[in-house]
Write a protein that binds this ligand. Structure first.
Ligand SMILES: Cc1cc2nc3c(=O)[nH]c(=O)nc-3n(C[C@H](O)[C@H](O)[C@H](O)COP(=O)(O)O)c2cc1C
Length: 202
């Protein structure tokens, strides 16, 4: 197994330190109970006005036709590795509030937040996750008859880590690549835009 822990400068919870996004998944199925815990992590996430804008479409390898349908909503590049994942999902956001139909400016934020919680829960159960912007949202809308109020946000591949032998050479190489991050002083500002907060020492 490949491990790629964060090279954090300050202490991090182990669930955050150890998480990374693989492309190599094992064909080992994910237990139904674990999937239900992942959905529960989404459900109990915080959201703007408690609008709970998140929706999920899920397919597992146990149902080959349903799996192929979901897989077809990814870009070709992502399909190349994601077809080996035991579980695929689409994440969707209800773009408007159900109460009055006004725009929920934080709908996607809340979906991302819920997925962050799902990923922490997944990591705690030995599962790994890779999210995808590389999808075909309008193809998904057509295939699943998704109403206009909902945006297709991402796809998600999830399962236990596997070996890289079934991946393309390019993806095998990527799997070993180092994880990089911007330094804190480029991210956290004080009383002037672009100037590091005095909390950050560098
Ligand atoms: C919203 C989002 C979209 C992403 N889209 C893709 C994608 O289409 N294909 C892919 O292989 N990885 C995708 N990724 C994975 C990122 O490349 C990965 O999270 C990033 O490089 C950081 O690596 P780490 O998750 O291992 O820390 C996406 C991640 C996020 C959060």
């Amino acid at each position: 197994v490949i491990q790629k822990p964060a090279k954090n400068q300050y202490p991090l919870h182990d669930l955050l330190k150890q998480r990374w996004s693989p492309r190599a998944f094992s064909s080992q199925p994910v237990e139904r109970e674990k999937l239900l815990s992942l959905f529960e992590a989404v459900r109990w996430s915080p959201s703007c006005y408690n609008a709970q804008s998140w929706r999920l479409i899920v397919a597992t390898q146990d149902e080959p036709e349903a799996f192929a349908k979901l897989l077809s909503c990814l870009t070709e590049g992502n399909q190349g590795w994601a077809k080996y994942a035991p579980v695929l999902m689409l994440t969707l956001a209800r773009a408007t509030f159900e109460v009055d139909g006004s725009v929920n400016r934080h709908a996607w934020y809340d979906v991302g937040l819920a997925m962050a919680n799902m990923i922490v829960q997944a990591t705690s159960m030995g599962l790994m996750v890779r999210q995808m912007a590389g999808i075909q949202p309008e193809h998904a809308r057509m295939l699943y008859h998704i109403p206009q109020e909902y945006d297709v946000v991402t796809a998600v591949a999830l399962g236990y880590q596997g070996t890289t032998d079934h991946l393309s050479e390019k993806n095998q190489r990527r799997e070993g690549e180092e994880r990089t991050r911007k330094p804190l002083h480029e991210l956290v500002f004080g009383d002037e835009w672009g100037k590091p907060s005095p909390l950050i020492d560098n």
